[in-house]
Design a protein around this ligand. Structure first.
Ligand SMILES: C[S@@+](CC[C@H](N)C(=O)[O-])C[C@H]1O[C@@H](n2cnc3c(N)ncnc32)[C@H](O)[C@@H]1O
Length: 393
């Protein structure tokens, strides 16, 4: 048995059972042992899952358009921050920097970078990659630095934050019980148990579940106070600018629709395969659930952000102004057949609403300055936020 599973079992032995959120926290973040704490690369072809920035730089080019427009509308501030959550080894950031360098865009000289990344190995990769850039790349400033103007980006970050799992039980207080993790006394395997949540957790879940219709008997649903807490802090990240959250998610009401979501959405990923077995081999599988977009928006707005638009990745790409990037890849002076094929294949995934094209893109504005108001002006939508008038593929 792996060291991490032994530690989790010790905690279960002491407590009787632990919430799935606690299990997930340890399985993903336990220092030196968790899924996101070891040297192994998790995203990308050789890892367990593919993300849009790992697939192709086109999403980076689209976000670069949004960043440059934000910088322009804010009056080209002398310093402008790229603030990224769950940046990994910096794949998305590096494609944005590459795009700005190729375009010789003046934003590059104003840019500073601040990232929150749990994995110290990926953070070291990111810092090393920045150092390799001409003139050492943009300065890397600590997370928690006083806010300035900028753009906040979080791609597939919120789905990795710990969540509780609740199960509809008409006989329990509030009509639900918590799905907890314990050890089966007969088989000695990690298994599920049902019980009341810890009273402090119950206090935290109650306001987040206040508007939920009753769960059907036996229906599973995920709920992530960690996502609500994180979203509520986003408003304090910038003095003014744009906050962009990209992830797979649905409105809360859809996530709790018993006709389509009786089993919830939690999955474990390993080697590009998904399984509903969340408890086996803690530390070697990605654990994830759809993001509750209603909860995310409510918390972000309570934290001071103005919501601008809810769109999806396909619409975002089609209206972000990446035509010149597409043309350059297909027929520019450096175009290759391989590059054109890679773009076409990536767009097929990124634009398909049943695949990554259907991923949610939530856009918010921070600040109340005239520049910030210009960012939120629906008469002049930011790149990626208008309704597209044609597909990109
Ligand atoms: C699904 S990966 C996405 C990586 C990257 N954004 C991309 O799109 O390729 C999630 C990233 O968030 C990081 N992460 C997960 N939980 C975190 C936490 N609580 N705090 C900071 N980073 C976290 C992981 O280490 C990983 O790099």
């Amino acid at each position: 048995m792996e060291e991490l599973e032994r530690l989790i079992r010790e905690e279960i032995q002491r407590e009787g059972s632990v919430s799935f959120a606690r299990f997930m926290e340890r399985a993903t973040l336990e220092p030196g042992l968790g899924y996101y704490a070891t040297p192994q690369r998790r995203a990308g072809r050789s890892g367990d899952f593919m993300t849009a920035p790992e697939l192709h730089p086109i999403l980076g080019a689209a976000i670069a358009q949004l960043a440059t427009a934000t910088w322009e509308r804010l009056g080209r501030p002398a310093t402008f921050r790229w603030r990224e959550f769950g940046a990994g080894e910096g794949t998305l950031l590096l494609t944005v920097l590459d795009y700005l360098a190729r375009e010789r865009h003046p934003l590059l000289a104003a840019l500073e970078v601040s990232v929150t990344e749990a994995n110290p190995h990926r953070l070291a990769d990111l810092a090393a990659a920045l150092k390799q850039l001409p003139a050492g790349g943009p300065p890397l400033v600590a997370a928690g630095s006083p806010p300035i103007a900028g753009i906040v980006v979080a791609n597939e970050f919120a789905d990795a934050l710990p969540f509780h799992i609740v199960v509809g039980r008409a006989a329990s207080p509030g009509g639900f019980a918590e799905r907890r993790v314990t050890v089966d006394p007969v088989t000695n395997a990690l298994t599920w148990a049902e019980g009341a949540p810890d009273p402090r957790v119950a206090d935290r879940l109650a306001p987040l579940m206040a508007g939920w219709p009753p769960l059907t008997e036996g229906q599973l649903a995920e709920i992530s106070p960690a996502t609500a807490d994180w979203a509520a802090t986003l408003g304090a990240e910038l003095t003014e600018g744009v906050v962009l959250v990209l992830d797979y998610g649905r409105e809360g009401v859809d996530l709790r629709d018993p006709s389509s979501r009786m089993a919830g959405t939690a999955l474990a990923y390993q080697g590009h395969r998904a399984t509903a077995d969340l408890l086996s081999e803690p530390g070697s599988r990605d654990l994830t659930a759809h993001v509750d977009l209603t909860l995310l928006r409510t918390a972000a707005q309570a934290g001071g952000l103005r919501h601008v638009v809810s769109t999806n990745q396909a619409r975002f790409l089609a209206s972000a102004g990446v035509d010149s990037e597409v043309a350059r890849t297909r027929s520019g002076p450096e175009a290759t057949l391989e590059g054109a094929i890679a773009l076409r294949s990536a767009l097929a995934q990124l634009m398909d609403p049943r695949r990554m094209g259907g991923f949610a893109v939530e856009v918010f504005v921070a600040g109340r300055s005239p520049g910030a108001n210009a960012l939120a002006d629906s008469a002049s939508p930011l790149p990626g936020t208008a309704a597209p008038n044609r597909p990109l593929v």
